[in-house]
Write a protein that binds this ligand. Structure first.
Ligand SMILES: O=C(O)CCC(=O)C(=O)O
Ligand SMILES: [Fe+2]
Length: 323
């Protein structure tokens, strides 16, 4: 279509000489200049004034809209930063959620907030855990969205459901995971527990690992079941019940391994994001003071581990172990 138009224009221009065009143009310009003189200058001034007024209106509207927009995003920690040796801590007021549960002195949140540290798990350790996740999830995986491997219960996404890796793969698992892999998971879990206790002023001996604790792999393929829709805003204490402190250990890098997939705290006055970085631990009290979501992954693959703690010994689980 566009080609036909271009051809027509070309043929048209062949029939009129450029001299004719120039003559016509100069007559028009001279005629206009003589007739319109000062009124032309006046209308140019008017147009300029109109443009200035319009830009001022535009700027004012933009300022007003951004001040109302609750979607304004602040980056708490970017991928490129290295937060070490001390965690970066942001305090928030505790919600009343904890009042609905039995209180455990030395553990139940009295101080709430969120924190990020790159000083607890090394990049190498995170890469080893990532390879563990890759091998485990390669056994099956969901049909899209997020895939989960829970080393404690053995739950592994398979198509639209879950299988139990310990039952389904039995002895063959020894070719996939080593005792050292599980030892590393236990070490890392212990260090995360320590840093959470230090940050929130708790007794680490009164905190217990709780379920689910899982590796997640997220890519940009469309989720086929609700299970695999990882992006919904949620409160961990509501979603998982037993959680008092949630931690996330990231096993890949925002920006180079994947895009999208930032972690978003959804506060009343705006969003605050944490950009995943290999070896980064992000942790927070699990009540509604920390409503959050994960952005949809646009490109690449994002790996993370969710490791969470309860104050209620009845909800404690033992560390995952190879059978
Ligand atoms: O992977 C993340 O960054 C967050 C996952 C999450 O919100 C959860 O496991 O409850
Ligand atoms: Fe969550």
């Amino acid at each position: 279509m566009a080609l036909v138009h271009l051809n027509m224009l070309w043929k048209f221009s062949q029939n009129s000489t450029s001299a004719n065009y120039l003559e016509l143009f100069s007559v028009l310009v001279r005629g206009n200049a003589l007739r319109q003189g000062s009124s032309w200058r006046g209308s140019r001034l008017l147009v300029a004034l109109l443009l200035v007024a319009l830009s001022a209106c535009g700027a004012a509207t933009w300022l007003y809209m951004t001040s109302l927009d609750s979607d304004v995003t602040e980056t708490l920690v970017s991928q490129g930063e290295l937060v070490a040796p001390q965690p970066r801590v942001y305090s928030v007021q505790c919600s009343e959620d904890y009042d609905n549960y039995k209180r455990y002195p030395g553990c139940t949140p009295q101080k709430c907030g969120r924190a990020v540290t790159d000083g607890v798990v090394t990049r190498e350790e995170a890469q080893t855990l990532r390879r563990l996740a890759e091998r485990g999830l390669a056994l099956a995986g969901s049909e899209g969205g997020a895939s989960i491997l829970d080393l404690h219960s053995g739950a592994l996404s398979m198509g639209k459901q879950f299988v139990n890796i310990y039952r389904y793969f039995g002895e063959r698992l020894k070719d996939v995971f080593t005792q050292e892999d599980f030892q590393l998971y236990r070490d890392v879990r212990g260090r995360i527990q320590e840093v959470i206790a230090q940050t929130f002023g708790l007794d680490p001996a009164l905190m217990y690992l709780t379920k689910p604790t899982f590796f997640s792999r997220i890519n940009s393929t469309a989720a086929k079941t609700q299970h695999d829709e990882y992006w919904h805003p949620h409160i961990d204490k509501v979603t998982y019940g037993s959680f008092d402190y949630t931690s996330l250990l990231y096993l890949s890098d925002y920006g180079s391994d994947f895009t999208g997939g930032r972690f978003v705290f959804m506060d009343q006055n705006g969003n605050r994001t944490v950009e995943p970085r290999t070896g980064r631990v992000s942790f927070f009290s699990s009540g509604s003071e920390n409503l959050h979501r994960v952005e949809k992954v646009m490109w690449g693959t994002r790996y993370a581990i969710t490791v969470s703690f309860t104050c209620d010994p009845a909800h404690a689980i033992s560390d995952p172990a190879l059978p």
